[in-house]
Design a protein around this ligand. Sequence first.
Ligand SMILES: Nc1ncnc2c1ncn2[C@@H]1O[C@H](COP(=O)(O)OP(=O)(O)OP(=O)(O)O)[C@@H](O)[C@H]1O
Ligand SMILES: [Mg+2]
Length: 416
Amino acid sequence: MSRYIYGVDFGTSNSALAIYDRQTNHIVHSFIDASILHFPFPQKYDGEYMVGKEGLQRFLRNSMKGRLMRSIKSALPNASFTQTTIYQVDYKLEELVALMLQSLKQKADDFVGEKVTTAVFGRPVVFDEQPSRDALAQERLLKAAKIAGFEKVHFQFEPIAAAFTYERQLKHPELVLVADLGGGTSDFTLMQLNPQKINEVDRRSDMIAKGGVHIGGDDLDAEVMWRKLVRYFGYGLQYQSMNKTLEVPSHYFRRLCAWQDLNYFKSEKVRKELDDFFYATNYSSEFQRLITLVERNLGYPLLQSIENAKIALSSLPETTIDFHQAHIEIHQNINRQEFNQFVDKDIQHIRNYLDVFLEDAFVEAEDVDSVFLTGGSSLVPIVRDLFEESFGKDSIRSGDSFNSVAFGLAYSCVLY
Ligand SMILES: Nc1ncnc2c1ncn2[C@@H]1O[C@H](COP(=O)(O)OP(=O)(O)OP(=O)(O)O)[C@@H](O)[C@H]1O
Ligand SMILES: [Mg+2]
């Protein structure tokens, strides 16, 4: 048995790996990187790719040439996404995921000086509401882990992992609600935690409830895009056809809001449709921008500028969304109040889900000793307000928003 075991949190936006030393029962190191794949163009050799922040920087430096993939985790439950061809090389979805896992594994293997083949992988409580799609997502993640060189793979729910990390900070037993608010999902678990129990192998009776909704930081970005920017690209424009006034279909603009949908615009058919609408709208400057955005591969940097503004609004009352490329000039003020309005539907959805979650567990908000918030989206003020309103300001705890899950996955290895 190897001395080390890895906790691997493959996230929608960021992926982390924590190295657990079974001899000292400590985490000795961790690595984190953006869940991004970049295939440069031209390719120096077939299948050339770069991972994470390095890949993103190269893409931006190289004037957005090549392919950039983000939020790949969100595609895992999607049975119709089986494979994609990138510069003549076919990739199955699990192969793309494996490239990212391999990169983290390599860094960790180099650190410990051996090839570690056992890992505890995280998974959201709900990959998908449909059981068959949920099973497919986990199966694909398992395949990806195997391709990346893991032989023995255990799965643990992400918020349960975060709970184990929080447990290590405790002095006394507590009933804890863990909320892991990430890029793609918001996951919850209600657990009875006890620092005396951290090395026990069977914690099933302490796990009171778990659940999740498909709302994460990507959805908040999408709301901002939808409410603030799609009109720059032709949303709402009208055109004449056979003596009728019609509106340009909105589905193009919906797709513009999601990272995983941006490749949709690359097909020839869609390009042709955009050209037709450009003509039908009398060569509108809006459609010109949309065509430029597609031709110049600017969808990613555009969404990035929205994400940057969202992140700035976590610490500032107002900011600007700035995007200045290829004659597309966007300089839009946005304040926190406006942002809160845009995302209100998502916040209400989480709130309603949480009410039902507690009700189903027969737990009142007052019974919860503390709420441990983790995940990047837990830094959004309106998200924190939701928990403070429901559970009281004094109950809210938070730790490392980006590593708690990976650490807890590594700690989970005592269960296996
Ligand atoms: N300071 C911040 N304020 C608001 N949002 C933030 C901040 N920092 C990061 N985020 C958002 O947090 C999200 C990423 O969080 P995290 O890394 O926890 O997600 P993930 O683990 O990759 O996703 P998931 O767990 O859903 O698979 C992104 O949507 C990012 O924009
Ligand atoms: Mg996460």
